[in-house]
Design a binder for this molecule. Structure first.
Ligand code: FMN
Length: 238
């Protein structure tokens, strides 16, 4: 565990931003804590801190803005978010201004689209479906590797998977094994592993039920069509 780095992040809406946090934390091998814990913790021992949340009315979560007040000019911070809007615009300005006021060095910022079912998006049953997706998570990992090369560990992702990924946050609780209707997962060496990816229907039950946000699925249109083809003769669950 990297004791010099920390990520403060919470998702209050769709678990979108916490997926980015998990991807980044897997490269930094650091802990993720929520807003309340961060507000109660002495953060001064961390050299590098990532601050992330969804964007809610053009800014980060107000509790994350409060966390900034606990930081000092000896620390480096990266800022990240997910948002419904296709463009980031100036959504990071408020937190960056606050960091600047505290004299905290900002080493980079990152944002991707996140699933949003508010306002006009309701008409389409939500915008940015499936976001952040696997490619976004890869970009998040590359981002931390680029801005903090000295803190990044070698990637050891599951080599065989093409679309279903178990990340290193997995604690082997076997929730994915029990919720997956297709028996895609098994536990090996106290970790979930993908036993038969071709059976996966991309229903996302594993992703939404994983308490550690350790599973992600890449939903490419090509693969989704392949799933329909592979399962076309299937009748019943067994
Ligand atoms: C109350 C509320 C306000 C939001 N305001 C904005 C906004 O001003 N701009 C935007 O691009 N997205 C906005 N969104 C969409 C969220 O930023 C987006 O869904 C984000 O991915 C949620 O992150 P989370 O799942 O980590 O909480 C809003 C969502 C909610 C629920």
């Amino acid at each position: 565990m990297n004791e010099k780095a920390l990520i403060v992040c919470e998702s209050i809406y769709n678990n979108n931003t916490i997926k980015l946090a998990s991807a980044m934390a897997s490269r930094l091998e650091c802990k993720i804590i929520g807003f309340d814990e961060a507000l109660e913790t002495d953060l001064t021992s961390y050299k590098v801190i990532g601050l992330g949340s969804g964007i809610y009315f053009k800014e980060h979560h107000p509790k994350l803005m409060k966390v900034v007040e606990k930081l000092n000019d000896q620390q480096r911070v990266f800022v990240f978010s997910t948002r419904g809007n296709p463009k980031l615009g100036n959504y990071h300005e408020a937190i960056k201004n606050k960091l600047n006021e505290q004299g905290v060095k900002i080493c980079g910022e990152f944002s991707t689209k996140g699933y949003d079912r508010t306002g006009p998006f309701v008409i389409f049953n939500g915008g940015n479906k499936g976001r952040p997706h696997e490619a976004d998570l890869m970009k998040a990992k590359k981002f931390v590797a680029r801005v903090l090369p000295q803190y990044v560990y070698e990637e050891k992702e599951t080599p065989k998977s093409r679309n279903v990924f178990v990340h290193r946050e997995c604690v082997g609780c076997a929730k994915c094994v029990s919720v997956c209707p297709m028996g895609v997962f098994e536990i090996k060496n106290n970790r979930a592993t993908v036993k038969n990816e071709l059976d996966c229907t991309h229903c996302d039950l594993c992703v939404t039920n994983c308490q550690k946000h350790a599973i992600s699925i890449k939903h490419s249109n090509k693969e989704l069509i392949q799933i329909a083809i592979r399962h076309k003769n299937k009748v019943g669950l067994s």
